[in-house]
Design a protein around this ligand. Structure first.
Ligand SMILES: [Zn+2]
Length: 324
């Protein structure tokens, strides 16, 4: 039994090490991360299921296949969250999805033109026969745009399993450089519904058996902000809660209130999202939850919140809780 477990572990880590090449040419610049809160769109508040990469706010920039693969489907849609989409299947078992495209690659254009002239301007999904149309890694699958829910042209890139039930954090499988001006930033702390500025080693007060803590922390890059990869909450050095945004099941697309507080805002121009460090709704991104067996905290507790950015750097917030 033990052997089987280690074999499975080796297999799964081998899958996660599968690597992809950049879906845009030149220097890869991340503008949004996997698992961020999104408040708008015709499917309601949801998780950001991919990473966004800059196309210098330009439409028409070639979007490139992240590995050799065959075309699974295209979605022609101006209005849905994703806009125009291409999905590829790769030999490593993963699928990649490219969204908000302004146009499709040369070898798909005839199909697109013929279905659009037949069905007109409505959502059209075209599934292709297995292994019929191939793209080489680095070959253009389409062109950047802002179809669907995109405030400006960019590349929205997703990595999914082959039955498209799970999305993975692209930062784990793609080499994404960390911008020189990237800075870990704490923008606020909420304790039992009350907002505070975070000050290291400050004493914050709470009532009841334990407080509901939420933190708005991001990586700031210039005026842009990028969501975190994981957060761990410790009470007196004891791990009590762990959120990990390494993968999100597609059936949890709308389950954002498990991770973010209800006052979170993300509409393409503003981003404010407090990570909930207490159990509220069941979610597979909550990897550890000791609250049910926690009982009452002592009257004074040292709190540590370890935040990990998408590059694997860790930052520790430290403060003290005292019961009122
Ligand atoms: Zn996106």
């Amino acid at each position: 039994m033990r052997k089987l477990t280690s074999w499975l572990l080796i297999l799964s880590s081998a899958l996660l090490l599968a690597s992809f090449v950049s879906p845009v040419g030149g220097q890869l610049v991340i503008t949004s991360s996997f698992g961020e809160f999104r408040g708008t769109g015709n499917r309601g508040p949801h998780f950001h299921m991919g990473s966004d990469f800059s196309t210098q706010m330009r439409s028409g920039v070639p979007i490139l296949a992240a590995a050799d693969g065959w075309l699974v489907r295209i979605e022609i849609d101006e209005d849905d969250i994703y806009g125009n989409v291409v999905v590829l299947q790769h030999e490593n078992g993963f699928r990649t999805l490219y969204a908000h495209l302004s146009g499709f690659a040369e070898q798909i254009k005839d199909v697109v033109n013929s279905v659009v002239s037949e069905f007109g301007k409505r959502r059209i999904v075209v599934e292709f026969p297995e292994r019929s149309i191939w793209f080489k890694a680095g070959e253009a699958i389409g062109y950047s745009g802002q179809t669907g829910e995109a405030a400006q042209p960019h590349c929205h890139f997703e990595i999914r399993n082959s039955d498209e039930t799970i999305c993975y954090n692209p930062s784990d499988m793609l080499s994404v450089p960390k911008p020189a001006d990237a800075r870990f930033t704490v923008r606020g702390l909420i304790i039992d519904g009350e907002r505070f500025d975070y000050v290291e080693n400050r004493v914050y007060r709470f009532r009841g058996p334990w407080p509901k803590i939420a933190v708005d922390a991001v990586t700031s890059v210039g005026r842009n902000v990028i969501g975190l990869r994981s957060l761990k909450l410790y009470f007196d050095k004891d791990l009590v809660y762990h959120i990990d945004l390494g993968e999100i099941r597609l059936d949890e697309f709308n389950n954002v209130w498990a991770v973010y507080t209800e006052n979170s805002v993300a509409d393409g121009y503003r981003y404010s999202a407090y990570y909930k460090l207490y159990p509220d709704r069941v979610s597979s991104v909550v990897k550890f939850n000791k609250f049910p067996e926690l009982g009452q905290l002592p009257s004074r507790t040292n709190v540590s919140i370890v935040c990990e950015d998408v590059w694997g750097n860790e930052y520790e917030l430290k403060f003290v809780l005292e019961r009122r």
